[in-house]
Every structure is written in C-alpha cells, then in structure tokens.
Design a protein around this ligand. Structure first.
Ligand code: AMP
Length: 293
C-alpha cells in the first residue's frame, strides 16, 4: 500500500494506474462504516484509493475541527488489511495553500436539514471532494447513506460539473443496538451511548408505521419524535421527511419514496441518522437508484 502526502506524488501514482479506480474519501478515525465502503470499492475495482483528510473548510469556527479524532497509524493499518492500494493523506496547508480562493457551491440541495444548521458545511464538502476527484480521477466514488444530504449534494455536483464518475451509495453500518457508526460516537459517555440507541428505534418505528400504510409525513415524523421523546437525554434538532431526489420537504401524503432524517443531540455530539421509506430501499441498489437521482 502506497501512502502519499504530496500532490505530485499522487499525480504520478495515478498516471501509472490503469483499469477501474474506486475512491473512498474519509476524514479518518476509521470504523466499520468506512471499512465497508473500502471493501465494496475493493470488490468492484482494479485499484482502490482511500483519502484521509480532516477538511477544515467544512467545519464552522465553533465546531470540533481541532478535537476531531485522529489516528493515522491505526487507520493505515486497517486500510492495508483490506487491500487498499493507495492512501492519500494531505495536510490542510497542501489542500489550501496561501491565497486559495476557489470554492464549489451547490445551491438548492444544500439548503434545509444540515445546511440550515451548518451554513458553510456543504461548500467545504463540495470543494474538497471536487479537489479529491480531480486528484484521484476515479471511475466510481463511494459515499455512505449516513450522510444522505452529502450524497445528494455530491451527486448534484457530479452531474452539474460533468465529473466523469459514478457515485455508489453504501447503506449505513450500525452498532448492535442500531446506532449508526460515526467517528464522533467516541464523544459519548457510556450512559449517553446507551441512550443513543433510541435514534434507530425511532427510525424503525416510523418505517413500521409506513409499512402499515401511514403516508402522512406529519404522522410519520410524530411516530419518530414520540420514540425519541422517551429518552430524556435526547434533544431533537429536527425530524424531517423529504423527497430523496431533490430534498424538498414533503408535507402531503405521497406514494413516492421518502427520506426520513433526523439530527439528535445526546451529550456533546449531534447524531445524524436517516432511512428511506419504504425500508426495503435501504440497500446499495435501492439507495443508489433513489438518493439524489
Ligand atoms: P467521514 O469520515 O465521517 O467523512 O465519512 C467518510 C465516508 O464514510 C462518508 O461517505 C460517510 O457517509 C461514510 N460513513 C460514515 N459513517 C458511516 C456508516 N456508519 N455507515 C456507512 N457509511 C458511513
């Protein structure tokens, strides 16, 4: 496995690669969710490039850029075990040299949900992902369902800017109690960690109501909220029902697939989760065909 921390080094390595290339962009502090993306990339491609970069432009000044967990040695060992070929590990100074001034701004799908609470977040994400696409030139890029709005933003950007690649969407990987794996889960105390299982139970309850015929978005949201409210430590930021293609809010009963998403603060971290309704769409094919297309 080649570990590369320079632009020239990456360009040189990329030029020598032929065949199908899969890229897995991450911020490191890898867990089974990231590893699942890398495994899928390994299965689908001749060459797998992973990137590890905690991207400062997607963090607001009051967010956890400095505190974000970092463990490069452990991350590299995990990626090596999976047979990843190349890992790109740039520094912020390499990605944003002095006088850097070009950003990618995706308009509508960055509004609402996370975009409302994190105003410049998706500008940072779209910018760094564009740069990583230009540097790694993948045939396919792997993203997780857990950050569903990010998938929609990246797909919009790929279509609008004619990036010659596919976006594969990988289902959320969960802990035994259903909590979505996240690098930020390490911020939870044991008590908060136990409480956090309520988020998955809220998704499942809404999905069950959907299966039983409930189609009114307000009622689906209420089912989820009522489960979340059983956990005193859970502070609900939003529970939303959106069109999974456009992210426009859905307010009338609809037979189209729906994206149910939520942000819940438990202790320090904001925990995000989502599912497609009907639940049967929450697999790679269903997600790839539905989210942001
Ligand atoms: P991050 O390092 O948090 O930026 O995540 C890198 C990629 O891994 C993103 O595409 C995430 O959506 C994805 N990811 C993070 N957590 C999970 C998870 N629990 N299951 C599946 N994908 C995930």
């Amino acid at each position: 496995m080649q570990v590369i921390d320079s632009i020239e080094g990456l360009r040189k390595a990329r030029k020598a690669i032929t065949g199908r290339v899969g890229v897995v962009p991450t911020m490191g502090a890898l867990h089974e969710g990231h590893l699942t993306l890398a495994r899928q990339a390994r299965a689908d491609n001749d060459t797998v490039i992973a990137t590890i970069f905690v991207n400062p432009t997607q963090f607001a000044p009051n967010e956890d850029f400095n505190a974000y967990p970092r463990d490069l040695a452990r991350d590299l060992a995990m990626l090596e075990t999976l047979g990843v070929d190349v890992v790109f590990t740039p520094t912020p100074a390499l990605m944003y040299p002095p006088n850097f001034q070009t950003f990618v701004k995706v308009d509508q799908v960055t509004q609402g949900l996370e975009g409302d609470l994190r105003p410049n977040h998706f500008r940072g994400v779209a910018t760094v992902v564009s740069k990583l696409f230009n540097l790694t030139q993948p045939d396919v890029a792997y993203f997780g369902q857990k950050d569903a709005q990010q998938v929609v933003v990246i797909r919009r950007m790929v279509a609008d800017l004619n990036f010659p690649l596919e976006v594969a969407v990988i289902p959320t990987v969960r802990e035994a109690d259903g909590l979505a794996m996240s690098s930020r889960n390490v911020y939870l105390t044991p008590e908060q960690r136990a409480a956090a299982g309520v988020i998955y139970r809220a998704l499942v309850a809404a999905a069950q109501a959907y299966d039983e015929g409930e189609r009114t978005p307000a009622n689906l949201r209420a089912v989820a909220r009522n489960v979340l409210k059983t956990e005193a430590q859970a502070e609900i930021e939003y529970v939303a029902v959106n069109d999974p293609s456009t992210l426009i809010g859905v307010h009338e009963p609809a037979e189209q697939p729906l994206l149910l998403s939520m942000a819940v603060q438990i202790g320090r971290p904001r925990l995000l989760d989502n599912c497609l309704l009907p639940w049967s769409l929450n697999n790679r094919d269903g997600l790839t065909a539905t989210l942001g297309v």
